[in-house]
Ligand binder design. Structure first.
Ligand SMILES: C[S@@+](CC[C@H](N)C(=O)[O-])C[C@H]1O[C@@H](n2cnc3c(N)ncnc32)[C@H](O)[C@@H]1O
Length: 312
């Protein structure tokens, strides 16, 4: 049984049904995510892009001041549309490094290998297709230089708050004292602004969620009828958890290979969390897991934080 099938069967057999959001990213999912990033309501990309465009020189110089020679490993690189500004700035300063973009989507890694050499011909590029931490091991095996890890776009927000410490701890175990980590955190803000970002008027986030059901149909022989599921995002301003669900609109059975799953009318499948943080929570996450916060980079609205941590 493939890992994808195992995870889907496990999630849909649970009392509270869920699917793992890492499976959103097939070729169609990658494209839909780019469309989401371009939506007027989807502020996180715009805020973090502003940091990478307007504070590129500060970002580059703080890295250079902390580590002399290094490689850059970007976890969940996507289209690298933000990090490309930092890579370019480092190259302009004649800094020699290898860029290891890591992504679970093979399509993303292929696209980066096609596009980045056209935009940054001097870049030493080594794409790694797979899970974050497994691929970080491969990057370490390929080069023993100090690591600068980028984990942008609020990807850490896709880890539930109660498991974020464990993730940071595992990341720290794989790194060495002196290594740097730059993590994007979407900060708590007006709940209406947050919710609108996951409920865009163009319906791209809805399609992005439903596309996982289509992927299960295409790759695992499922028979989901997409019209029988409604996209339902919700945001709890107290905990900072923004969660997306697909809710069954009727009583129905869905078949996937040998397994059959019943859905009651109104029953949700939990699809993804996008956790929002306070600045203090991000500092605590660093301090409790073997890092020291070095510098905070905020956008001009103060909605998004790129936090630079160093391994102690
Ligand atoms: C929300 S997108 C963000 C992309 C990029 N970091 C940005 O800020 O624009 C998440 C990316 O992480 C990748 N991804 C998600 N889960 C992953 C995992 N467990 N291991 C490796 N890549 C993953 C996805 O394929 C996708 O390209």
């Amino acid at each position: 049984m493939s890992q994808f099938l195992q995870d889907v069967v496990q999630g849909l057999s649970a009392r509270d049904k869920f699917l793992n959001s890492k499976y959103f990213y097939d070729q169609k999912g990658d494209k839909l995510f780019q469309q989401i990033m371009a939506c007027p309501e989807y502020y996180p990309t715009k805020c973090e892009m502003e940091i990478f465009i307007q504070q590129t020189k500060q970002l580059a110089s703080v890295l250079i001041n902390h580590v002399s020679t290094f490689d850059i490993v970007e976890l969940g690189a996507g289209d690298a549309s933000k990090s490309i500004h930092l890579l370019n700035e480092l190259l302009q300063n004649n800094i020699t490094f290898t860029y290891f973009p890591v992504d679970i989507s093979g399509n993303v890694i292929n696209l980066l290998h096609e596009e980045l050499p056209k935009k940054l011909p001097a870049l030493q590029l080594h794409g790694l297709n797979g899970e974050y931490l497994q691929m970080l091991e491969k990057a370490k095996a390929a080069s023993d230089k100090t690591k600068v890890v980028l984990f942008l776009g609020g990807n850490i927000g896709n880890v539930p708050l109660e498991k974020a410490g464990l993730f940071c701890n595992r990341l720290r175990q794989q790194l060495s004292p002196g290594d740097l980590v730059l993590t994007g955190f979407d900060l708590k803000k007006d709940p209406r602004v947050v919710l609108a970002a996951y409920n865009d008027k163009g319906g791209y986030t809805r399609c992005f969620n439903l596309n996982l059901l289509k992927r299960i149909n295409d790759e695992l022989g499922g028979n989901f009828i997409l019209e029988n599921f409604a996209h339902y995002p919700n945001y709890d301003a107290a905990t900072g958890a923004c969660k997306s669900y697909l809710v069954s609109t009727i009583n129905q059975q869905v078949q996937i290979e040998e397994s059959s799953f019943s859905f009651a009318e109104g029953e949700p499948i939990f699809m993804e969390i996008s956790q929002k943080y306070t600045v203090e929570q991000t500092d605590d996450l660093a301090n409790e897991n073997g890092f020291t916060p070095v510098k905070h980079f905020f956008d001009s609205k103060g909605w998004f934080l790129d936090a630079l941590w160093q391994c102690v």
